[in-house]
Design a protein around this ligand. Structure first.
Ligand SMILES: Cc1cc2nc3c(=O)[nH]c(=O)nc-3n(C[C@H](O)[C@H](O)[C@H](O)COP(=O)(O)OP(=O)(O)OC[C@H]3O[C@@H](n4cnc5c(N)ncnc54)[C@H](O)[C@@H]3O)c2cc1C
Length: 363
Protein backbone atom coordinates (compact mmCIF):
# COMPACT_ATOMS: atom_id res chain seq x y z
CA UNK A 1 0.00 0.00 0.00
CA UNK A 2 1.51 3.30 -1.15
CA UNK A 3 1.66 6.05 1.56
CA UNK A 4 -0.66 9.08 1.65
CA UNK A 5 1.56 11.74 0.15
CA UNK A 6 4.57 10.42 -1.74
CA UNK A 7 5.57 13.85 -3.13
CA UNK A 8 6.84 12.61 -6.47
CA UNK A 9 5.46 9.33 -7.78
CA UNK A 10 7.57 7.53 -10.38
CA UNK A 11 5.74 4.90 -12.43
CA UNK A 12 8.22 2.28 -13.67
CA UNK A 13 11.40 0.93 -12.07
CA UNK A 14 13.48 0.43 -15.20
CA UNK A 15 16.73 2.31 -15.66
CA UNK A 16 14.88 5.54 -16.46
CA UNK A 17 12.48 5.44 -13.50
CA UNK A 18 15.30 4.41 -11.15
CA UNK A 19 17.43 7.33 -12.36
CA UNK A 20 14.55 9.78 -11.87
CA UNK A 21 13.96 8.42 -8.34
CA UNK A 22 17.67 8.70 -7.49
CA UNK A 23 17.91 12.31 -8.59
CA UNK A 24 14.63 13.34 -6.93
CA UNK A 25 15.84 11.73 -3.68
CA UNK A 26 19.22 13.46 -4.03
CA UNK A 27 17.34 16.74 -4.00
CA UNK A 28 15.83 15.77 -0.67
CA UNK A 29 12.30 15.38 -1.98
CA UNK A 30 10.06 12.48 -0.99
CA UNK A 31 9.70 9.99 -3.81
CA UNK A 32 7.86 6.73 -4.34
CA UNK A 33 8.52 4.28 -7.16
CA UNK A 34 5.88 1.77 -8.23
CA UNK A 35 6.20 -1.00 -10.78
CA UNK A 36 3.49 -3.34 -11.99
CA UNK A 37 6.03 -6.15 -12.25
CA UNK A 38 7.51 -7.91 -9.20
CA UNK A 39 10.62 -8.41 -11.32
CA UNK A 40 10.75 -5.00 -13.00
CA UNK A 41 12.61 -3.61 -15.98
CA UNK A 42 12.30 -6.34 -18.57
CA UNK A 43 13.94 -4.14 -21.17
CA UNK A 44 16.72 -2.79 -19.00
CA UNK A 45 17.60 -6.36 -18.02
CA UNK A 46 17.94 -7.30 -21.70
CA UNK A 47 20.19 -4.36 -22.50
CA UNK A 48 23.82 -4.89 -23.51
CA UNK A 49 24.95 -1.77 -21.65
CA UNK A 50 27.06 -0.54 -24.54
CA UNK A 51 27.81 3.20 -24.38
CA UNK A 52 28.83 4.35 -27.86
CA UNK A 53 29.70 6.60 -29.88
CA UNK A 54 30.69 10.05 -28.75
CA UNK A 55 28.70 12.64 -30.74
CA UNK A 56 29.98 16.21 -30.95
CA UNK A 57 26.92 17.57 -32.79
CA UNK A 58 25.21 20.72 -31.56
CA UNK A 59 21.54 19.68 -31.69
CA UNK A 60 19.69 18.85 -28.44
CA UNK A 61 19.80 15.08 -29.02
CA UNK A 62 23.59 15.15 -29.53
CA UNK A 63 23.92 17.12 -26.32
CA UNK A 64 21.75 14.70 -24.35
CA UNK A 65 23.67 11.75 -25.77
CA UNK A 66 27.04 13.34 -25.02
CA UNK A 67 26.02 14.38 -21.50
CA UNK A 68 24.89 10.78 -21.01
CA UNK A 69 28.21 9.32 -22.10
CA UNK A 70 30.13 11.85 -20.02
CA UNK A 71 28.16 11.03 -16.87
CA UNK A 72 29.32 7.46 -16.36
CA UNK A 73 32.85 7.86 -15.01
CA UNK A 74 31.55 10.03 -12.15
CA UNK A 75 28.39 8.02 -11.67
CA UNK A 76 30.34 4.77 -11.24
CA UNK A 77 32.32 6.29 -8.38
CA UNK A 78 29.30 8.02 -6.85
CA UNK A 79 27.07 4.93 -6.87
CA UNK A 80 29.97 2.74 -5.71
CA UNK A 81 30.51 5.04 -2.71
CA UNK A 82 26.82 5.28 -1.90
CA UNK A 83 25.81 1.64 -2.31
CA UNK A 84 28.94 -0.49 -2.54
CA UNK A 85 27.67 -1.75 -5.92
CA UNK A 86 30.19 -1.89 -8.74
CA UNK A 87 28.17 -0.97 -11.83
CA UNK A 88 30.79 -2.58 -14.06
CA UNK A 89 31.62 0.60 -15.94
CA UNK A 90 34.73 0.51 -18.10
CA UNK A 91 36.12 2.44 -21.04
CA UNK A 92 36.81 -0.70 -23.04
CA UNK A 93 36.91 0.64 -26.61
CA UNK A 94 34.90 -0.67 -29.53
CA UNK A 95 35.83 -2.34 -32.81
CA UNK A 96 33.85 -2.47 -36.06
CA UNK A 97 35.31 -5.57 -37.72
CA UNK A 98 36.16 -5.79 -41.42
CA UNK A 99 35.75 -9.41 -42.48
CA UNK A 100 34.13 -9.54 -45.94
CA UNK A 101 34.71 -7.16 -48.87
CA UNK A 102 31.46 -5.29 -48.31
CA UNK A 103 32.48 -4.50 -44.71
CA UNK A 104 35.41 -2.31 -45.75
CA UNK A 105 33.46 0.42 -47.54
CA UNK A 106 30.85 0.49 -44.78
CA UNK A 107 33.47 0.70 -42.03
CA UNK A 108 35.34 3.48 -43.87
CA UNK A 109 32.10 5.43 -44.36
CA UNK A 110 31.30 5.08 -40.65
CA UNK A 111 34.81 6.19 -39.76
CA UNK A 112 34.46 9.36 -41.83
CA UNK A 113 30.96 10.02 -40.50
CA UNK A 114 31.93 9.62 -36.86
CA UNK A 115 35.16 11.58 -37.16
CA UNK A 116 33.03 14.34 -38.67
CA UNK A 117 31.07 14.37 -35.38
CA UNK A 118 34.32 14.72 -33.36
CA UNK A 119 34.20 11.10 -32.30
CA UNK A 120 37.69 9.64 -31.84
CA UNK A 121 38.09 6.75 -34.26
CA UNK A 122 40.95 5.21 -36.21
CA UNK A 123 41.56 2.56 -38.83
CA UNK A 124 43.59 -0.41 -37.58
CA UNK A 125 45.15 -3.08 -39.79
CA UNK A 126 45.28 -6.78 -39.06
CA UNK A 127 48.26 -6.59 -36.68
CA UNK A 128 46.84 -3.59 -34.87
CA UNK A 129 43.53 -5.38 -34.51
CA UNK A 130 45.17 -8.46 -32.98
CA UNK A 131 47.12 -6.30 -30.52
CA UNK A 132 43.89 -4.66 -29.40
CA UNK A 133 41.67 -7.73 -29.45
CA UNK A 134 43.30 -11.15 -29.90
CA UNK A 135 39.98 -12.99 -29.50
CA UNK A 136 38.51 -12.08 -32.91
CA UNK A 137 38.46 -14.54 -35.82
CA UNK A 138 41.56 -14.67 -38.02
CA UNK A 139 39.42 -13.75 -41.05
CA UNK A 140 38.99 -10.25 -39.60
CA UNK A 141 41.52 -8.28 -41.63
CA UNK A 142 41.07 -4.76 -40.22
CA UNK A 143 38.76 -2.71 -38.02
CA UNK A 144 37.72 0.77 -37.04
CA UNK A 145 38.70 1.36 -33.42
CA UNK A 146 36.62 3.64 -31.20
CA UNK A 147 38.81 4.12 -28.10
CA UNK A 148 36.18 6.01 -26.08
CA UNK A 149 33.46 3.35 -26.27
CA UNK A 150 32.33 2.25 -22.83
CA UNK A 151 30.28 -0.46 -21.23
CA UNK A 152 28.28 -0.68 -18.02
CA UNK A 153 26.35 -3.57 -16.48
CA UNK A 154 22.74 -2.38 -16.95
CA UNK A 155 21.32 -4.64 -14.25
CA UNK A 156 23.77 -3.44 -11.62
CA UNK A 157 23.34 0.17 -12.81
CA UNK A 158 19.57 0.03 -12.29
CA UNK A 159 19.97 -1.76 -8.98
CA UNK A 160 22.51 0.79 -7.72
CA UNK A 161 20.37 3.78 -8.77
CA UNK A 162 17.35 2.32 -7.02
CA UNK A 163 19.25 1.29 -3.91
CA UNK A 164 20.88 4.73 -3.66
CA UNK A 165 17.42 6.30 -3.99
CA UNK A 166 16.05 4.03 -1.23
CA UNK A 167 19.01 4.85 1.02
CA UNK A 168 18.05 8.51 0.57
CA UNK A 169 14.47 7.82 1.63
CA UNK A 170 12.71 6.72 -1.58
CA UNK A 171 10.10 3.99 -1.17
CA UNK A 172 9.66 1.18 -3.65
CA UNK A 173 6.44 -0.80 -4.24
CA UNK A 174 6.62 -3.73 -6.62
CA UNK A 175 3.57 -5.46 -8.07
CA UNK A 176 1.75 -2.11 -7.81
CA UNK A 177 0.10 -0.97 -11.03
CA UNK A 178 -0.93 2.59 -11.85
CA UNK A 179 -4.70 2.69 -12.37
CA UNK A 180 -5.70 6.35 -12.57
CA UNK A 181 -4.42 9.92 -12.21
CA UNK A 182 -6.82 12.83 -11.58
CA UNK A 183 -6.58 16.45 -10.44
CA UNK A 184 -7.43 17.34 -6.86
CA UNK A 185 -6.57 21.04 -7.22
CA UNK A 186 -4.07 23.05 -9.27
CA UNK A 187 -1.14 21.77 -7.17
CA UNK A 188 -2.12 18.25 -6.24
CA UNK A 189 -2.90 15.07 -8.12
CA UNK A 190 -4.86 12.10 -6.83
CA UNK A 191 -3.51 8.77 -7.90
CA UNK A 192 -5.09 5.33 -7.77
CA UNK A 193 -2.97 2.19 -7.93
CA UNK A 194 -3.92 -1.47 -7.76
CA UNK A 195 -3.99 -1.31 -3.94
CA UNK A 196 -4.98 2.21 -2.94
CA UNK A 197 -5.46 5.92 -3.55
CA UNK A 198 -3.29 8.86 -2.46
CA UNK A 199 -2.13 12.35 -3.46
CA UNK A 200 1.10 13.44 -5.18
CA UNK A 201 2.68 16.74 -6.24
CA UNK A 202 4.08 15.27 -9.46
CA UNK A 203 3.86 11.98 -11.33
CA UNK A 204 6.54 10.71 -13.72
CA UNK A 205 5.57 8.16 -16.38
CA UNK A 206 8.77 6.14 -16.86
CA UNK A 207 7.02 3.00 -17.99
CA UNK A 208 9.17 2.26 -21.05
CA UNK A 209 7.21 0.88 -24.00
CA UNK A 210 3.97 1.09 -21.98
CA UNK A 211 4.21 4.85 -21.37
CA UNK A 212 1.96 5.80 -24.28
CA UNK A 213 -0.82 3.66 -22.83
CA UNK A 214 -0.64 5.53 -19.50
CA UNK A 215 -0.60 8.97 -21.14
CA UNK A 216 -3.50 7.92 -23.37
CA UNK A 217 -5.69 7.53 -20.28
CA UNK A 218 -5.16 11.26 -19.65
CA UNK A 219 -6.10 12.13 -23.22
CA UNK A 220 -2.48 12.71 -24.33
CA UNK A 221 -1.30 11.11 -27.56
CA UNK A 222 2.25 9.74 -27.36
CA UNK A 223 3.41 7.92 -30.46
CA UNK A 224 5.57 5.22 -28.96
CA UNK A 225 5.75 1.56 -29.89
CA UNK A 226 7.59 -1.53 -28.62
CA UNK A 227 10.46 -2.96 -30.68
CA UNK A 228 11.56 -6.34 -29.38
CA UNK A 229 15.24 -7.09 -28.85
CA UNK A 230 16.99 -10.27 -27.71
CA UNK A 231 20.46 -11.17 -26.55
CA UNK A 232 22.17 -14.49 -25.91
CA UNK A 233 24.81 -15.24 -23.27
CA UNK A 234 27.58 -17.81 -23.78
CA UNK A 235 29.93 -19.58 -21.41
CA UNK A 236 33.33 -20.75 -22.60
CA UNK A 237 35.17 -19.66 -25.72
CA UNK A 238 37.15 -16.43 -26.18
CA UNK A 239 36.01 -13.44 -24.14
CA UNK A 240 36.68 -10.03 -25.75
CA UNK A 241 37.98 -7.02 -23.82
CA UNK A 242 36.58 -4.53 -26.36
CA UNK A 243 33.02 -4.33 -27.63
CA UNK A 244 33.27 -6.14 -30.96
CA UNK A 245 30.75 -5.37 -33.74
CA UNK A 246 29.86 -6.86 -37.08
CA UNK A 247 26.72 -7.06 -39.20
CA UNK A 248 24.68 -5.01 -36.75
CA UNK A 249 25.53 -7.29 -33.78
CA UNK A 250 27.70 -6.67 -30.72
CA UNK A 251 29.78 -9.19 -28.76
CA UNK A 252 31.19 -8.25 -25.38
CA UNK A 253 32.71 -9.80 -22.30
CA UNK A 254 30.58 -9.78 -19.15
CA UNK A 255 31.87 -11.43 -15.95
CA UNK A 256 33.78 -14.05 -17.92
CA UNK A 257 30.88 -14.81 -20.30
CA UNK A 258 30.21 -13.44 -23.76
CA UNK A 259 26.98 -11.57 -24.48
CA UNK A 260 25.85 -11.18 -28.09
CA UNK A 261 23.01 -8.94 -29.22
CA UNK A 262 20.76 -7.65 -30.30
CA UNK A 263 17.86 -8.49 -32.58
CA UNK A 264 15.47 -5.77 -33.78
CA UNK A 265 11.94 -7.17 -34.22
CA UNK A 266 8.46 -5.82 -34.72
CA UNK A 267 6.50 -8.17 -32.48
CA UNK A 268 4.16 -5.85 -30.57
CA UNK A 269 3.95 -6.40 -26.82
CA UNK A 270 5.17 -10.01 -27.01
CA UNK A 271 8.18 -10.47 -24.74
CA UNK A 272 8.87 -14.05 -25.85
CA UNK A 273 12.39 -15.29 -26.55
CA UNK A 274 12.53 -17.17 -29.86
CA UNK A 275 14.60 -20.03 -31.24
CA UNK A 276 15.08 -18.08 -34.47
CA UNK A 277 16.71 -15.19 -32.62
CA UNK A 278 18.93 -17.59 -30.66
CA UNK A 279 20.14 -19.17 -33.90
CA UNK A 280 20.88 -15.75 -35.45
CA UNK A 281 22.77 -14.57 -32.36
CA UNK A 282 24.81 -17.78 -32.18
CA UNK A 283 25.73 -17.36 -35.85
CA UNK A 284 26.76 -13.73 -35.23
CA UNK A 285 29.00 -14.80 -32.33
CA UNK A 286 30.59 -17.45 -34.55
CA UNK A 287 31.34 -14.90 -37.30
CA UNK A 288 33.05 -12.50 -34.85
CA UNK A 289 34.75 -14.85 -32.39
CA UNK A 290 34.77 -18.30 -34.01
CA UNK A 291 35.25 -21.35 -31.74
CA UNK A 292 32.36 -23.09 -30.09
CA UNK A 293 30.70 -21.76 -26.95
CA UNK A 294 27.70 -22.87 -24.93
CA UNK A 295 24.60 -20.62 -24.82
CA UNK A 296 23.47 -20.26 -21.21
CA UNK A 297 20.74 -17.60 -21.14
CA UNK A 298 18.53 -15.63 -23.50
CA UNK A 299 17.01 -12.26 -22.58
CA UNK A 300 14.27 -10.35 -24.33
CA UNK A 301 13.10 -6.76 -23.94
CA UNK A 302 10.75 -4.25 -25.56
CA UNK A 303 12.58 -1.09 -26.59
CA UNK A 304 10.37 2.01 -26.42
CA UNK A 305 10.62 3.49 -29.93
CA UNK A 306 9.24 7.04 -30.19
CA UNK A 307 8.06 8.98 -33.20
CA UNK A 308 10.79 11.42 -34.25
CA UNK A 309 13.78 9.33 -33.06
CA UNK A 310 14.31 11.29 -29.86
CA UNK A 311 13.31 10.53 -26.25
CA UNK A 312 10.18 11.98 -24.69
CA UNK A 313 11.10 14.18 -21.74
CA UNK A 314 8.87 16.77 -20.12
CA UNK A 315 5.35 17.43 -18.89
CA UNK A 316 2.13 16.64 -20.75
CA UNK A 317 0.54 19.74 -22.31
CA UNK A 318 -2.71 19.54 -20.36
CA UNK A 319 -1.14 18.02 -17.24
CA UNK A 320 1.83 20.17 -16.14
CA UNK A 321 2.47 17.98 -13.09
CA UNK A 322 2.58 14.76 -15.10
CA UNK A 323 6.02 14.21 -16.62
CA UNK A 324 7.12 11.71 -19.23
CA UNK A 325 10.59 10.14 -19.21
CA UNK A 326 10.51 7.47 -21.89
CA UNK A 327 11.15 6.64 -25.53
CA UNK A 328 14.91 6.13 -25.32
CA UNK A 329 14.69 3.23 -27.77
CA UNK A 330 18.20 1.75 -28.28
CA UNK A 331 19.97 4.21 -25.97
CA UNK A 332 18.12 4.15 -22.66
CA UNK A 333 21.16 3.09 -20.68
CA UNK A 334 23.32 5.82 -22.20
CA UNK A 335 20.75 8.55 -21.66
CA UNK A 336 18.94 7.17 -18.57
CA UNK A 337 20.97 8.74 -15.75
CA UNK A 338 21.11 12.16 -17.42
CA UNK A 339 17.37 12.00 -18.14
CA UNK A 340 16.75 11.33 -14.45
CA UNK A 341 18.82 14.36 -13.51
CA UNK A 342 16.95 16.63 -15.94
CA UNK A 343 13.48 15.51 -14.88
CA UNK A 344 14.30 15.84 -11.17
CA UNK A 345 15.68 19.35 -11.71
CA UNK A 346 12.60 20.31 -13.75
CA UNK A 347 10.17 19.10 -11.08
CA UNK A 348 12.16 20.82 -8.35
CA UNK A 349 12.58 24.21 -10.00
CA UNK A 350 9.43 24.33 -12.12
CA UNK A 351 11.36 24.87 -15.34
CA UNK A 352 13.54 22.88 -17.72
CA UNK A 353 17.29 23.04 -16.88
CA UNK A 354 17.95 23.86 -20.55
CA UNK A 355 15.69 24.11 -23.60
CA UNK A 356 14.21 20.61 -23.76
CA UNK A 357 11.31 21.49 -26.07
CA UNK A 358 12.88 19.25 -28.74
CA UNK A 359 11.96 16.31 -26.49
CA UNK A 360 8.32 17.36 -25.87
CA UNK A 361 6.38 14.09 -25.45
CA UNK A 362 3.39 15.12 -27.59
CA UNK A 363 4.71 15.61 -31.12
C1 LIG B 1 18.32 -6.48 -26.44
C2 LIG B 1 18.48 -5.03 -26.07
C3 LIG B 1 19.77 -4.46 -26.05
C4 LIG B 1 19.91 -3.11 -25.71
N1 LIG B 1 21.19 -2.59 -25.64
C5 LIG B 1 21.37 -1.29 -25.24
C6 LIG B 1 22.67 -0.75 -25.11
O1 LIG B 1 23.67 -1.44 -25.38
N2 LIG B 1 22.80 0.54 -24.70
C7 LIG B 1 21.71 1.33 -24.40
O2 LIG B 1 21.90 2.49 -24.01
N3 LIG B 1 20.45 0.83 -24.48
C8 LIG B 1 20.26 -0.45 -24.93
N4 LIG B 1 18.99 -0.97 -25.04
C9 LIG B 1 17.85 -0.07 -24.79
C10 LIG B 1 17.57 0.09 -23.31
O3 LIG B 1 17.59 -1.17 -22.70
C11 LIG B 1 16.19 0.75 -23.12
O4 LIG B 1 16.16 1.99 -23.80
C12 LIG B 1 15.93 1.00 -21.61
O5 LIG B 1 16.15 -0.17 -20.87
C13 LIG B 1 14.50 1.47 -21.40
O6 LIG B 1 14.35 1.62 -20.01
P1 LIG B 1 12.95 2.06 -19.37
O7 LIG B 1 13.21 2.31 -17.94
O8 LIG B 1 12.38 3.14 -20.23
O9 LIG B 1 12.01 0.78 -19.62
P2 LIG B 1 11.87 -0.63 -18.87
O10 LIG B 1 13.19 -1.18 -18.46
O11 LIG B 1 11.03 -1.48 -19.77
O12 LIG B 1 11.05 -0.29 -17.56
C14 LIG B 1 9.70 0.12 -17.61
C15 LIG B 1 8.99 -0.40 -16.37
O13 LIG B 1 7.66 0.17 -16.31
C16 LIG B 1 6.81 -0.78 -15.72
N5 LIG B 1 5.41 -0.47 -16.01
C17 LIG B 1 4.79 -0.50 -17.22
N6 LIG B 1 3.48 -0.17 -17.08
C18 LIG B 1 3.27 0.08 -15.77
C19 LIG B 1 2.12 0.47 -15.01
N7 LIG B 1 0.90 0.68 -15.57
N8 LIG B 1 2.25 0.63 -13.66
C20 LIG B 1 3.44 0.42 -13.06
N9 LIG B 1 4.56 0.04 -13.75
C21 LIG B 1 4.48 -0.12 -15.08
C22 LIG B 1 7.28 -2.10 -16.34
O14 LIG B 1 6.89 -3.21 -15.54
C23 LIG B 1 8.80 -1.91 -16.38
O15 LIG B 1 9.45 -2.46 -15.24
C24 LIG B 1 18.79 -2.31 -25.38
C25 LIG B 1 17.52 -2.89 -25.39
C26 LIG B 1 17.35 -4.24 -25.72
C27 LIG B 1 15.98 -4.84 -25.69
Amino acid sequence: MVPDDPGVLVVGAGVIGSAVAYHVARRGRPVVVIDADRQPSLTTRASLGVLTHFNGGSNPLSRLYRDGLDSFAGLAVELGNETGIDIGWRRCGGLDLVIGDADESEARANLTYNQGRQCRAEWVDSDGLRDLEPTVVRQARAAVFYPDDQRVDPIRLRQALLQAAVQRGARLYLGEELAQVARLDHETLTVRTSTGAFTAQAVVFAAGAWTGLLAGRLGARLVLRPVRGQHLRFAGGPCPQCVVRHGGFHALGADGDVVVGATVEDAGYAPEATAEAAAGLAAARQVMLGAAARPTAQQVGLRPKPKGARPMIGPLREWPQVFVAAGHYKNGVIMGPVTGELVAAWIDSGHAPWDLSYFAPER
